[in-house]
Design a protein around this ligand. Structure first.
Ligand code: FAD
Length: 456
C-alpha cells in the first residue's frame, strides 16, 4: 500500500478493528456512471446516498491509500452541527433565511449519521451526548455569552443551546477553573475511523467498487486519469478536501493545513468518578487556540488543539511538529490537573482543506461535482455534502440543493509562498493572542486585528 508505514496512523486507524490491507487497485481503463475521487467521508457518503437513490448506478471510488486514511480517519470525532462559516457570515452573503436553513440542515445531519450507523450496522461508537463549551476565565465567559446571544438570530433557540453556571457545567464534566459553560444537544461523538471503514464496507455491499492504492492525477469532465488507467464517467466527484491541490491545475483551490491530535492512556476509574463525563459529551473551551476533546469508549481522553500548520511539502498526513505533544499536554493539565501525568499513547496529524474565504462549498457543474472547505468541521458537513451531491447528480431538487453553500464559488488562494505565509501568520497570531490573554486576562489587540482581516 502507498500509505506511509514509517509513521503512526494514529489511535483511531490503529483501533478501527478493520484490516487496512488495500483493496484491489484500478485494474486498468474503466467505465462508470459516477467516478468518485477520494474515499473519505465526502466520497463515501456520496457513494452511499447515490447507491441508495439509484441502485442501478455504476459507481467507482478511486482512493490513493485506503478508505479513511485522510482526515476522516484521524479527526476529533466531533459529529457536530457547527459550520466553519459562522451563521452571521452566511447571513451577510446569502441572507438570514439561508443561514437559518443551513443551521437547521446541520442540526438534522447529526442524528442522520446515527440513523445510518444503526440501519447499516456500523459500530462507530456513535453517541449523541451533546457538547459542552466551557469558559475558564471571565473574558471567555463574556465571549461565550455574546456568542450564545448572537446565535439566537440564526436558528438556535433555548432548546438548541443553553447557559450553565459553573455548578451545572461541572455536573456534566468537572473542568478545572470552569466559570460557566454552554451546552448543546446537537453533537455526537464518534470513532471516526470505525465510521469511515464501516461506510466503505457498507457501500461495497451496495455494489460500489472501491479501488485503493490508486492515485488520481487529473480530472476533466467525463474522465479521471489515474496512474493505473483512465475511468470514463458521466459525473466525476472531487472529494479530496486537503489533497485537492494534488490534482493537476487545482493547486490554489484549497490549502492543506495540518492539525494534530493525541490520546491519553486509559484513565483510572478514580479519575472518571471525580470528572464525570458520563453522557458521551464532546468538550471544548473558549480561547483563541481552543481544545476539542472526547472521552473514548476505552476511557481515554482524545484531544486536539485548534493550531494549524500549513505545510508546503508532501501531503503525507504524518507530519508531526515537535511542539504538538507539549501543547496538548499543557492543555490537558490545565483542564484536568489529575490527568497531568497521564501518558500520551498516540500523537498524530492529518490535513484539512482551507478555502480562501473560509466558506464550505458543494456543487455540480459541467459534469464535475465537488464538496469541501469544511476546515475542522467536516465530520457532519461531509454527510450533508454526500446527500446534497446525490440529489444534484440524480437531478432531484429538494431543500438541500437550495442551501446557500450549493454552487458557492471559491476565490483562489494567492500563489505560493504568499498563501502559506499568510495562513502561517494567522495561526502564529492566534497562538500569540492565546498566550497574551491567558497571562493578562484581557482581550488581545492582535486577536481583534486578525478578526477584522478575516473574510466576512
Ligand atoms: C486532526 C484533525 C481533527 C479534526 N477534528 C474534527 C472534528 O472533531 N470534527 C469535525 O467535524 N471535523 C474534524 N476534522 C475535519 C474532518 O476530519 C474533515 O473535514 C473530513 O474528514 C474531510 O473528509 P473528506 O472525505 O472530504 O476528506 P479526507 O478524509 O481527507 O479524504 C480524502 C481522501 O482522498 C484520498 N486522496 C488524496 N489524494 C488523492 C489522489 N490524488 N487520488 C485519489 N485519492 C486521493 C486520501 O487518501 C483520503 O482518503 C478534523 C481533521 C483533522 C485532520
Amino acid at each position: 500500500m502507498s500509505a506511509d508505514r514509517r509513521h503512526p496512523a494514529g489511535f483511531w486507524l490503529e483501533t478501527c478493528g478493520d484490516d487496512l490491507t488495500p483493496r484491489r487497485p484500478l485494474p486498468g481503463d474503466d467505465v462508470a456512471d459516477v467516478a468518485i475521487v477520494g474515499a473519505g467521508f465526502t466520497g463515501l457518503w456520496t457513494a452511499y446516498y447515490l447507491a441508495k437513490a439509484d441502485p442501478g448506478l455504476r459507481i467507482v471510488v478511486i482512493e490513493k491509500d485506503v478508505a479513511g486514511w485522510g482526515a476522516s480517519g484521524r479527526n476529533g470525532g466531533w459529529c457536530s452541527a457547527d459550520l466553519v462559516s459562522p451563521p452571521e457570515v452566511i447571513a451577510s452573503r446569502y441572507g438570514t433565511d439561508a443561514a437559518v436553513a443551513m443551521q437547521h440542515a446541520m442540526f438534522a445531519t447529526v442524528p442522520e449519521i446515527g440513523r445510518v450507523c444503526e440501519a447499516e450496522d456500523i459500530d462507530a461508537h456513535f453517541v449523541q451526548g451533546g457538547s459542552l463549551k466551557v469558559a475558564t476565565s471571565s473574558l471567555a465567559a463574556e465571549r461565550l455569552r455574546a456568542d450564545l446571544e448572537a446565535s439566537r438570530s440564526f436558528g438556535w433557540t433555548g432548546d438548541d443551546r443553553w447557559w450553565l453556571d459553573a455548578g451545572g457545567s461541572s455536573e456534566r464534566i468537572a473542568v478545572e477553573g470552569c466559570v460557566a459553560a454552554a451546552y448543546t444537544p446537537h453533537c455526537a461523538a464518534v470513532h471516526p475511523a470505525r465510521l469511515a471503514r464501516g461506510l466503505a464496507r457498507t457501500v461495497e455491499r451496495l455494489d460500489v467498487r472501491i479501488h485503493e492504492g490508486t492515485i488520481a492525477r487529473a480530472i476533466r469532465p467525463g474522465r479521471v486519469r489515474t496512474e493505473l488507467g483512465t475511468v470514463r464517467a458521466g459525473t466525476v466527484v472531487r472529494a479530496l478536501e486537503g489533497a485537492t491541490g494534488s490534482l493537476r491545475g487545482h493547486g490554489r483551490l484549497l490549502l492543506a493545513v495540518h492539525i494534530h491530535m493525541g490520546v491519553t492512556e486509559p484513565l483510572p476509574a478514580s479519575f472518571w468518578e471525580t470528572v464525570g463525563w458520563r453522557e458521551g459529551e464532546t468538550l471544548s473551551d473558549v480561547r483563541p487556540v481552543f481544545v476539542y476533546a472526547q472521552r473514548t469508549r476505552d476511557d481515554r481522553i482524545a484531544l486536539g488543539l485548534a493550531r494549524g500548520h500549513p505545510h508546503p511539502g508532501s501531503l503525507t498526513p504524518t507530519y508531526v511538529v515537535p511542539t504538538a505533544s507539549r501543547a496538548l499536554r499543557a492543555s490537558l493539565s490545565r483542564l484536568f490537573p489529575a490527568a497531568a501525568g497521564a501518558r500520551i499513547d498516540s500523537l498524530w496529524s492529518g490535513y484539512i482543506g482551507m478555502s480562501r474565504d473560509w466558506f464550505p462549498s458543494v456543487g455540480l457543474r459541467d459534469g464535475i461535482a465537488w464538496a469541501g472547505g469544511y476546515f475542522g468541521d467536516g465530520v457532519s458537513t461531509a454527510n450533508l455534502a454526500g446527500r446534497t451531491l446525490a440529489e444534484l447528480i440524480t437531478d432531484r431538487e429538494t431543500e438541500l440543493s437550495r442551501l446557500p453553500w450549493v454552487g458557492h464559488r471559491w476565490r483562489p488562494w494567492e500563489p505560493q509562498p504568499l498563501a502559506l505565509a499568510g495562513v502561517g501568520g494567522f495561526f502564529s497570531a492566534m497562538r500569540w493572542a492565546d498566550a497574551v490573554e491567558s497571562r493578562t486576562g484581557r482581550p488581545s489587540r492582535l486577536l481583534g486585528a486578525v478578526e477584522r482581516l478575516l473574510p466576512s
